[in-house]
Design a protein around this ligand. Structure first.
Ligand SMILES: CC(=O)SCCNC(=O)CCNC(=O)[C@H](O)C(C)(C)COP(=O)(O)OP(=O)(O)OC[C@H]1O[C@@H](n2cnc3c(N)ncnc32)[C@H](O)[C@@H]1OP(=O)(O)O
Ligand SMILES: O=C([O-])CC(=O)C(=O)O
Length: 380
């Protein structure tokens, strides 16, 4: 290896760590301070004062709605919940063993095949709104079909969080559970240049289409180093089983240099500002349902990993206990994340197209150089 290549290799930021890839006015992720703001509004205030639909409007329009505009976006989303028959047929015939994120990824891609609006770049926002409305329906319907359950009809009288609970459980939504889900949706809506949002922006920057961008984002969120970690957390808690088992489990994992799901973050050097909200809800809910074991185990894990590795809980750590406590099946945790994040993905895709440039970084070539092929067969 030449000296030049060696010095480049030592300095280039692997995984684009610390690199600014674009400009965005959407979410302000303050890694050193541990703050998250959407368009200048702190998430601490948004969860107190706004509903998810207001945050969707905020992300898509870069300002909060007035009363009529809020009604407008609520109605827009509520009127676009029906799924085309081919997507329903796909869910009915699809293998029931596929992860919900795989089914969702394929269904979003399929939706794109039945929407002629993809030919018109002026329809990008309308398609984005359709996706925000339909993704929750797809998640709930696929789950119910997997369980051999009937499909409750879509309704127009319920908010986004209420409607998802209605479809999932097939009963009138509990207002407390709907509020908790609404807060979780707000906390998960957008987060700067995270991997799935980056995937969506890379895709749309080629002038592809909204369905392709959201399909890429879903496939990226699915991984356990990103949104998939929330399912990993509950699997870990179940595997540990009892509070007494926590210390040895964590020590074992760390000694094998394995990752503890829900801990650590690429940008936050302090506690993820979404975690305290989810932690408070997890504490309240765990005692309400009479299962304090999960939160006690989580608290012990968080303390140990903080002491041993200096790492803090991220958004996926306590959301797992919150979802579990409101009766959301473990298999759906990452899909719930997609429902909320779809709003951020759509907003980021629209923003990318306001001032588009193709993403095309370089790679540091490390393969063999200047070789001459030796023909395998005689060409004469
Ligand atoms: C919504 C989200 O996407 S939030 C993130 C969800 N993902 C998870 O919870 C999975 C677990 N966490 C992780 O894998 C990582 O913390 C990531 C991927 C989130 C961030 O990773 P990076 O910024 O690349 O940190 P990196 O992987 O370089 O880790 C730095 C050091 O901390 C360690 N580390 C980081 N996270 C963890 C963890 N969760 N458990 C144990 N060790 C960890 C690494 O092993 C590494 O140690 P070393 O220096 O001794 O080799
Ligand atoms: O920003 C990230 O890298 C991951 C994250 O927390 C998110 O997407 O919410």
């Amino acid at each position: 290896m030449s000296n030049d290549t060696f010095s480049e290799r030592r300095t280039y930021p692997k995984g684009l760590k610390g690199i600014i890839a674009n400009e965005s006015a959407l979410s302000d992720v303050r890694g050193e301070e541990g703050r998250l703001l959407y368009l200048g509004y702190d998430i601490d205030d948004l969860v107190e004062m706004c509903c998810f639909e207001e945050v969707v409007y905020l992300l898509l329009n870069k300002r909060l709605p007035n009363r009529d505009e809020l009604e407008g976006i609520k109605n827009r989303l509520r009127s676009d919940r029906d799924l085309p028959q081919p997507v329903l047929d796909f869910f009915k015939t699809a293998t029931k063993s596929a992860r919900p994120m795989s089914a969702l990824r394929t269904a979003v891609s399929m939706l794109g095949m039945y929407d002629d609006r993809t030919k018109d770049p002026g329809q990008l926002k309308e398609i984005g709104l359709s996706l925000i409305a339909k993704v929750p329906v797809m998640v709930a319907y696929y789950y119910r079909l997997c369980q051999g359950l009937d499909l409750p009809p879509v309704r127009e009288d319920l908010s986004e969080s209420e409607h998802f609970l209605w479809l999932l459980k097939g009963e009138e939504p509990n207002p407390d559970e709907a509020h908790i889900l609404d807060v979780a949706y707000i906390l998960h809506a957008d987060h700067g240049m995270n991997a799935s949002t980056f995937a969506a922006r890379v895709c749309i920057a080629t002038l592809s289409d909204m369905y392709s961008a959201i399909t890429a984002a879903i496939g990226t969120l699915k991984g356990p180093l990103h949104g998939g970690a929330n399912e990993g957390v509950i699997e870990m808690l179940k595997e540990i089983g009892t509070e007494d088992g926590v210390d040895s489990y964590i020590e074992d994992k760390l000694s094998r240099k394995e990752k503890i799901m829900g801990m650590g973050h690429r940008v936050y050097r302090v506690l993820d500002p979404r975690a305290p909200h989810l932690r408070r809800m997890a504490i309240r809910l765990s005692s309400k349902i009479g299962e304090p074991k999960w939160i006690r185990m989580s608290e012990r894990i968080a303390k140990l990993v903080r002491e041993r590795k200096g790492l803090n809980a991220n958004v996926d750590f306590y959301s797992a206990t919150v979802y579990y406590s409101i009766g959301i099946p473990t298999r759906l945790f990452t899909a719930i994340f997609s429902i909320a994040r779809c709003s951020g993905w759509v907003a980021q895709v629209l923003e990318q197209m306001e001032d588009n440039t193709l993403y095309r970084p370089l790679t540091l070539y490390t393969g063999p150089k200047d070789r001459i092929p030796v023909p395998t067969i005689d060409m004469r």
